[in-house]
Design a protein. Sequence first.
Lengths: 376, 290
Amino acid sequence: MDRVVLDSLEPLIAVLTGMGYTVAGPTVRDGVIRFAEISSAADLPAGWTDEQNAGRYRLRRAAGPEATGSQDRLETGDASAGDGEQVFGYAASPDSAKRYTHPPRTTLFRLRDGVPEEAGREAPPIALLGVRPCDLAALAVQDRVFLGGRYPDPAYRARREALLLIAVDCATPGGTCFCASMGTGPTAVSGFDVALTELTGPHRFVAAAGSPRGAGLLAALPTRPATAADLEAAEEVGRTARTRMGRRVELDGLKERVAEAHDSPIWNETASRCLSCANCTMVCPTCFCTTVEDGADLADGTAARAERWDSCFTLGFSELGGAPVRGSGAARYRQWLTHKFSTWVDQFGGYGCVGCGRCITWCPTGIDITEELERL
Amino acid sequence: MTPTGTSAPRTAPPGVEQPGAHPMLPAPYRVRSRRPDRADTVTLALEPVRGECPPFLPGQFTMLYAPAVGEIPISISGHARGGGYVQTVRAVGAVSRALCRTGAGQIIGVRGPYGTAFDLRAAAGLDVVVAAGGLGLAPLRPVIRELAAHGSRYGRISLIVGTRTPATLLYPRELARWSRDFDVLITVDHPDRAWKGPVGLITGLVDRIVFDPRRTCAFVCGPEVMMRATAAELVRRGVPAGRVALSLERNMKCGVGRCGHCQLGPLFTCLDGPVLTYDRVAALLEVREL
């Protein structure tokens, strides 16, 4: 389909709302960008950008000083507070689309008269605005986990299909980004319903449909055909973003190099800096591991079983016969990194990393996965 | 990056229910009978409350759910009369203790059977060595019953068993019966006064049974250290590593390859295992804390 130009996101949000979608998009909360329900384009973080580095995330005005952390200022979303008009002028935030397709906690079933009865599968239609290309790639990775094998998960499928994805090309990759070397960004190529490229001067969006649903959506909006100048400006966004990756990973021979490194001294060295806090796995858009929890309601006697995110960094994760198989932090870090870059390929035919850089940014001690790979 | 799945079917209108059973939903099974085996071990016969139970292969396991307590993987030890599973549980944790307490007539949850099986067809015409350590005899029971029922299909059959003490020996009556069909040797770590048999590691029994290594198939189950030692000894004697099958154990929360807990290098123990041949896992088992 030919690309078109949208001058505002307001009609997009209105049409989606009219179609019955809950629209979720980036908002400023608690000093970070987070996905939340929005009702207007004014809810988007206009003029905000971020600085990311190992163990560091700071939100600030694109054309101003760093945010002081004043909650008033951060949460008003007052567009007059900055000069910038860009609403997607920042890199990956701690939230990814995973929160919507593979929620942190889901109820699997409840006991009714002692018999397990599945919890409802109905997924409310959600339109997710501002999904980055790395996160589109991550959804594809998780699709293989939850839908690709012998035991597909119908509840995941329901959530996945109820999600309408409006992607945004990355214009301002962060200091921890390396999607270009993972081949997953910074430009959205597939896996979206609509992809936007944000342009300034004047502020506008080049839009492309990636599905019949997306085409129908664009057809319902006031758009004009993209001119050659619009398309060239959109191309330039991708070209520039590609040169601004803060990190990179050399993929050549990587899978084998990681697989053969189980005796490497770096695991112990890295473990001496690793707190086993599991932050990296919680912000990772591909990490899928879970555990189960049983709870009983003492009031009415019903019991329920829930599935929640788990992490290979916890001791209990590998517990067998009263002791963990991976008792040392070194073994746990090795498991995580080896899974991402080597055994994931054996299991699912692709890497378990999409280069979003979140694990680097949100590591409290600033452990940098790209550095660790280089040292192997 | 393989972008497979980016084109996940997206034709259904949003909010529509998806068909198909949820892989994490247990089916209700009734405990048909409960037989205490040893002080801490109970064998349950389970039958589905509705419909028929899916067939199983020797070596496969189910996820047994003790209502409101939790779920654990338990190997299948046989067919229950009238259709169902026989499963032996040792009370070691909260879930297994609850399962062991479950009485006849009570309802528990069952998912599965899951995992790979001991390949008895591969043993046709060959000598067979079955080596069981402790509770490892439970998943091998269907293998041994097949060997006992169709002994003529195989060469010389030997069963070697290691157990902590004579009192912890599993299925003693069946062992006595099987010893009429083929060589059964039992060793204990700690003998009591009445014990007249071998004492020590199960690897010590490998020298005392007769098999033609080049034409032998082995089925091994027990604690990992016992399986590694037994498999290494069989291979040292000349049994091809690809014909030594082990049944691995790892922490499992799902049984269907989605919880991530049971990974052993590239393998999901629940999907690629639990039964794997030694040639595929020897190197992995050498890596500490993998």
